[in-house]
Design a protein around this ligand. Sequence first.
Ligand code: PMP
Ligand code: GLN
Length: 393
Amino acid sequence: MPQNASAAPVVTTPALRSRLPEVGTTIFTIMSALATEHQAVNLGQGFPDFACDPVLLDAVSQAMRQGHNQYPPMAGVLSLREAVADKVEHLYGHRYRAADEITITAGATQAIISIVLAVVHPGDEVIVLEPCYDSYLPNIALAGGVAVRVPLTPGSFRPDFDKIAAAISPRTRCIIINSPHNPSGTIWSQADMLRLQEILAPTDVLVISDEVYEHMVYDGAPHESVARYPGLAARSFMVSSFGKTYHVTGWKVGFVAAPAALSAELRKVHQFNVFTVNTPVQYGLAAYMQEPGHYLALPAFYQRKRDLFRQGLAQTRFRLLPSEGTFFQCADIAQVSDRSEAEFCRWLTIEIGVTAIPMSVFYRDAFDQKIVRFCFAKEEATLRKALERLAKL
Ligand code: PMP
Ligand code: GLN
C-alpha cells in the first residue's frame, strides 16, 4: 500500500567509517584538472602527449575484427604471456614460465594492490622507501598491513641499506622497491641489488619490484631487474606496465612475473578483483612484441627528450637533479621561489602556464624539500613551449 508522503520515513545515507580516512583525490588527477582549467602545458601527471605506433593500433583492431572480444583466460592471453617470458629472458636472463609464472593485469596499479592483498595479513609490516608512488601506502592500509617507511637518502635518493636492514623485523612480510624510481628519476645499481639480495637472504621477506619504467634508463646504464638476481627472483613479484612501455597509459595493461607459488596466490586475488583483462589489447600487444626493436629503441628515444628538457632547464634558475631513468626530471626550486612545493606547483600552473608535481605528495608526512617533478614524455614542441615559459622565472 502506498504510504502517506507526510508519514514517509526520512531517507538518509548511513554514515560510513572510511577505510582510507587520510586519502583524498590523487595529485595527478588534481593537477591535470588544474592544467586543463588554466590551459597550462601539463608536465605533471606522467603520460605521453604523442601517439603510439600505428602498427600497434592495427594489431589491436585486427584482433578485434578477428573476434577476440570475449573473456580471455584468467591469467591472460597465452601468446602475450609467452611474449613477456621471451622478453624478460632476453633482457634479464631469467625464464619465467608463461603457464604459471606470468599474469596479465589491468596495469601496474591493479597488479600491485592485488599482490599486496594476496600476501599481506593484518598486522604484517611492509617496508616502503619514501618518497614512493602514491598507491603503495593506501594499498597496505586496505590489506590491514603496517607501512614501515624508510627514507631514501635526502638529496641523492639512494637506498640506505643500513636503514633498510634495521627496519626488518619478524613481522616484515615484504618490501616494495621501485627502480627506475618515480619521482626521483634515480636507478638502482648492480651493487644495490646485490646488497638487497644479501640482506634478504636469511629472511622470509618478499619483494614487490615496481619496474614500470624498465625501458627508460639512460646513458647506457642497464635496468637492474630482480629477474637478474636468482636470490631476489625467487622471492619477488616483478611488475611492469605495457601502458608505460608502449605510450598507451590509457589501456591499463601490465604484467606480473613471479615464481609459481607466489603467482598462484596473486591469481587468487586477481580472479576476484578484475578476473580478466581487455582481450584484443592483449592479442595486439603479443603481436607487436614479436619485434624486439619496439622496446629496444626506447632508451634512446626518451634520452633525446630528457636531454632537450635538461638543456633548456639548465638555462633557468631551477637546479637540476640527475635523471638516470623514468620520464621524470626533478628540479630544486629554492632559487626560484619561497613557496612550498605544493603552492609553487599551483602557482606555476595558474600564473606561468606549466604544471609540475610537488615531491611532497610522495611522502606520508608531506616532507617539503623544495623539489618538483616534471614529466618529459612529451613532443619536442610541448617541451620547448614549457621551457620558454619556465625561462621567465
Ligand atoms: N608504479 C609507478 C612507479 C608508476 O609511476 C605508475 C604510473 N604509471 C604505476 C605504478 C601504475 O602503472 P599503470 O598505469 O600501469 O597502472
Ligand atoms: N604514474 C603517473 C605519475 O606518476 C601517473 C599515474 C596516475 O595518474 N595515477 O605521474
